[in-house]
Design a protein around this ligand. Structure first.
Ligand SMILES: [Ca+2]
Ligand SMILES: [Ca+2]
Ligand SMILES: [Ca+2]
Length: 579
């Protein structure tokens, strides 16, 4: 064997006793009779390439002797790319947990047993025709691999990588199956067990400890969680064997440890330096590697923003809720299409976890759903018809262009509502304090638990109120159903004239005389004389549409006074959603 730098003092395997539900779910080797463990000290990571059958399988039956390393097969040595990707994986773990790893050491020409005393996690590539498993870790004991100091060592089996073997993601590139597999095996080497105890007829039998995570609170993020298998997903834990890919969708793999892994590992090892550092950061999911992946971000401080612009057909983001046993808020983002799948119990194609305190978010150019956390959030919907929720804290909600809804979970009369006519801002204060004092900008509608308020009196709500005043009389602006109908048509793209015409049809005024009588009476409070109405009847006779005439009447200052438009601008107008 060639000489290689002898690493720092090796880490040792020590006992770990999980306490929280999530720690017990993942640190669960005791279920199969192995004491739960973690590593202590700096973890030496290495590769070797002179695997021998005797190293690994001497005492295991039914194993083909047709095993070889990349070196002995003549295929290739460990490449610089593979080594860099291994360093990427350990660096990712290091960002999440307070555990240091050595840069990968390349023991060229050495067998695993020869260098076992010089390393903690040694990685070998083998090819076993008899086995389809893609990887294996010795865990915290030497019992799997039959040489001393093999605990935590890993083998990757190219036969488990698919028909193309090494060519099929053997580069360990971050979007590859090989990367995902190695990350999973390192998870074992750090003490994590599987969510399942066995697989029977393709169905995972989830352990009781893992199944208990159905109650830690992920339903609050919108997941449909009923049975233990609803938590046995590759986007909850990289230790899951779940690999469901929706038909026609690209196969997506976890590219970092997932949220349960991070919470459990932090319970054992403490918190790492964070994936976003400790300063103010902006995360743009999909900025590299594409949105189609599962990733976790861990924030350790600062004022952080999430830019959802790469969800090009609309984003769903929950900025964070409390999860039992977690030290930080847990949030999630995915496409709006994935959110519909997820809320019905299906698997999103793509998902990002946010572990930590993320303050701000901005949406895509399409319709987004963004839900704030308990902090003071600044949420910007950008273009599209967005639905924004601030939650607790004093939030700033800016809908941007498009018709946007601010959502509050308490009843209307619990809030004090103020409109600043010069700035255009609305200030919505929860008099009981639960939902703080939020500032709304470029928001058209407010949804309370019991009331819908349209505040776009300079837009569709104003047109609706004016048409109602002209066609149905001033008191009709208090008819929430009528307001809702008007908003429904205008929001769907109807013009002022078209809606005014529809309202006239509904009013029962048919003839030109009836139409002019109705509008005049509603505007002036008394019926018109013959000479007063004749020029308007002539307009209709000459081809002006009834809707256009009603539009003229609705836009008069007398109508604005009748319906107290100034008051509506200050207070908004209540409506019942139509349809
Ligand atoms: Ca948007
Ligand atoms: Ca908030
Ligand atoms: Ca808007």
């Amino acid at each position: 064997m060639s000489s290689a730098p002898v690493p720092i003092k090796l880490a040792t395997v020590v006992a770990f006793n999980p306490v929280t539900t999530i720690e017990k779910a993942l640190f669960n080797f005791d279920l199969i009779g192995i004491q739960n463990f973690k590593l202590s000290g700096t973890v030496a990571v290495s590769v070797s390439d002179a695997f021998t059958y005797a190293n690994y399988s001497a005492n295991q039956s039914l194993i083909s002797k047709d095993v070889y390393t990349s070196l002995t097969s003549g295929a290739t040595n460990w490449t610089a790319e593979q080594l860099a990707n291994i360093n990427q994986i350990t660096s990712d773990f290091h960002n999440f947990i307070a555990l240091d790893f050595s840069p990968v050491i390349n023991f060229t020409g050495a067998s695993p047993s020869e260098i076992a005393s010089q390393t903690n996690i040694n990685i070998s590539i083998i090819y076993r025709r008899d086995l389809k498993i893609s990887g294996q870790s010795a865990g915290g004991a030497d019992s799997n691999f039959k040489y001393s100091n093999s605990s935590s060592d890993i083998v990757l089996n190219l036969n488990g990588f698919g028909s193309s073997g090494l060519a099929n993601d053997g580069t360990l590139d971050s979007s590859s199956f090989g990367f995902h597999t190695l990350m999973h095996e390192i998870g074992h080497s750090l003490g994590l067990a599987h969510p399942h105890s066995s697989i029977i007829n393709g169905k995972a039998i989830v352990t009781a400890d893992y199944g208990a995570t159905i109650n830690v609170g992920f339903d609050k993020l919108g997941f449909k969680i009923v049975t233990a298998n609803d938590m046995n997903k590759e986007y909850f834990s990289i230790m899951s064997y779940d690999d469901v890919t929706p038909a026609g969708a690209p196969d997506t793999f976890s590219q970092t440890p997932m949220i349960l892994d991070v919470i459990a590992l932090q319970g054992a090892y403490g918190e790492g330096i964070g994936t976003t550092g400790s300063v103010n950061n902006t995360i743009t999911p999909g900025g590299s590697g594409g949105v189609s992946a599962y990733r976790t971000y861990f924030d350790t401080g600062g004022l952080d923003s999430v830019n959802l612009q790469n969800y090009q057909s609309g984003a769903y983001m929950h900025m964070g809720t409390t999860i039992s046993g977690a030290s930080h808020l847990v949030g999630v983002s995915m496409s709006l299409a994935d959110q519909k799948i997820m809320s019905a119990g299906g698997d999103p194609i793509s998902l990002r976890w946010y572990y930590g305190e993320f303050e701000n978010a901005s949406g895509s150019e399409k319709a987004d759903v963004i839900i704030g956390n308990s902090l003071d959030n600044s949420i910007f919907g950008a273009a599209g018809n967005d639905r924004l929720t601030g939650g607790a804290g004093n939030d700033s909600l800016d809908g941007g262009s498009g018709q946007d809804v601010a959502i509050f979970s308490s009843a209307f009369n619990q809030f004090k509502i103020q409109h600043n006519s010069s700035s255009g801002l609305w200030v919505i204060s929860d008099t009981l304090g639960y939902e703080g004092t939020d500032t709304l900008n470029n928001i058209e509608r407010i949804q309370f638990s019991d009331t819908n308020l349209a505040i776009d009196l300079d837009g569709n709500a104003g047109i609706t109120a004016k048409i109602l005043g002209a066609v149905f009389g001033k008191n009709s602006v208090n008819n929430k159903s009528y307001v809702g109908i008007g908003l429904n048509y205008l929001d769907a793209g109807w013009t002022y004239d078209n809606l005014a015409g529809l309202a006239l049809d509904a009013s029962g005024a048919k003839t030109n005389d009836q139409i002019v009588n109705l509008l005049w009476t509603n505007i002036f409070g008394v019926a018109p004389t013959v000479s007063q109405k004749s020029p308007y009847i002539k307009m209709l006779t000459d081809g002006v549409t009834s809707g256009a005439l009603a539009h003229l009447a609705a836009d008069t200052s007398m109508n604005a006074t009748n319906i107290n438009l100034i008051g509506l601008v200050q207070n908004g107008i209540e409506y019942l959603p139509f349809n």
